[in-house]
Design a protein around this ligand. Sequence first.
Ligand code: ZN
Length: 466
Amino acid sequence: MNHPTRRDFLKTGALSTLLLGSGIAMAGGCNAIRRRGTTKNIIFLVSDGMSAGTLQMADTLLRRRDGRPSNWIRLLEEGTVKRSLMDMASADRIVTDSAAAAASWGCGHRVNNGALNITPDGTHRTPILPVFRDAGKATGLVTTTEITHATPAGFAANVEHRSQAEDIAVQYLEREVDFLLGGGNNHYHPEQREDGRDLYEEHRQAGYFVARTKNELMNGNAAEGRVLGVFTNGHLPYTLDHINTPELLENVPTLAEMTDLAIRNLSNNPNGFILQVEGGRVDHAAHSNDVGGLLYDQIAFDDAVGVAMAFAGSRDDTLVIITTDHGNANPGFSSAPDEDFDSIQNHRHTTNWIRAGLNSESSIPEIQQRIEYATGYEIPREQAEIYRLAARGEYRATYSRMNSASAVMGQILANYCHVNWVGGSHTGDYVELASFGPGSEAIEGFVINTQLFEVMTVAAGVVEHA
Ligand SMILES: [Zn+2]
């Protein structure tokens, strides 16, 4: 059988977009049209860089440790959500990055990797948060990365390149995003911004409540009005390091806590809201082949899914989309005794934490001790020697992308937990997509990333603002 070509895919995508558009005028045809305007709220949850194995391993870890499935798999098990696969390719690559991926949802067009809502012909497309704002709805972005990072920015900003974090922070303010929580002090603080602007003060002037710690957030006026919460320089900590570091636990909220507060705040708007929630460090952990970082951050994301569904599940006016923007490093648990997988439950810190405490001069016993402290694994001398070689940039794997210290650390741990990786980069897999609520009936079993923009704007009845 002939496989459809890429061009056919795009044609089909364009055709269904056309049908959706004309269906509005013809008042009939597809379910999305009958539902037009009945969706008051949208919650869009993204586990960044989540391969299929990540979803499975987080679920298996929870079942074996806590005797319960993950929220995501439970929703599938109970038939509460609809399951689809999604093609996330960008305008210029089979394998997208987070910027092009978020922009495909955020403006309904494929852009080149790295770009945010500017198509290859230079056209600036209005992102979905300003569209919803113009329709009188509240808007919010919550993430475990810098708040200016590619995925949240794809819902609200227009820049040539995702690295323009300072511009993105200013655009959030200018575009009146109502609720912002994440990391990224380095892009808000006057001493760290290149232009010296004090964006905290500018937000206060614009009526925002500004929080810099979890206490300030939880004890302040964050349940109503505009809110900016920035808790760290750079990204928020990995969950596994977060929960085992008292100071971080005290100062940084979890993704579930931020999601809960965002929903309580934004749902005050009688016209409804759109909220993007990102578990952003699942991707970072996958890039660095960090099994503890990966699975505990996926579980933290899953907790946020539970919070979103606790709000939406009993209502008929909220569309929930749960997905990822691309696979990453495609980890999986290989055939081995189940107890080897269970050993991940004993990890105290991520491999990012392990590596941060070592350098190319670290001794073999130092490497062994730090790995044992963080994971419980007593590694032999020869493995520590390979790690030291990699830390010095002298290790040569057959697949050259596995030369790095992070890849070697991941493989050392794989000898014990048997979770291994195919590389350290994004992958082109069609991704998991779960949807719930009004509008989800318009999402087919296999969709192109750009179709979700149409689904959301049609369902919420905001097409005239797009
Ligand atoms: Zn990435």
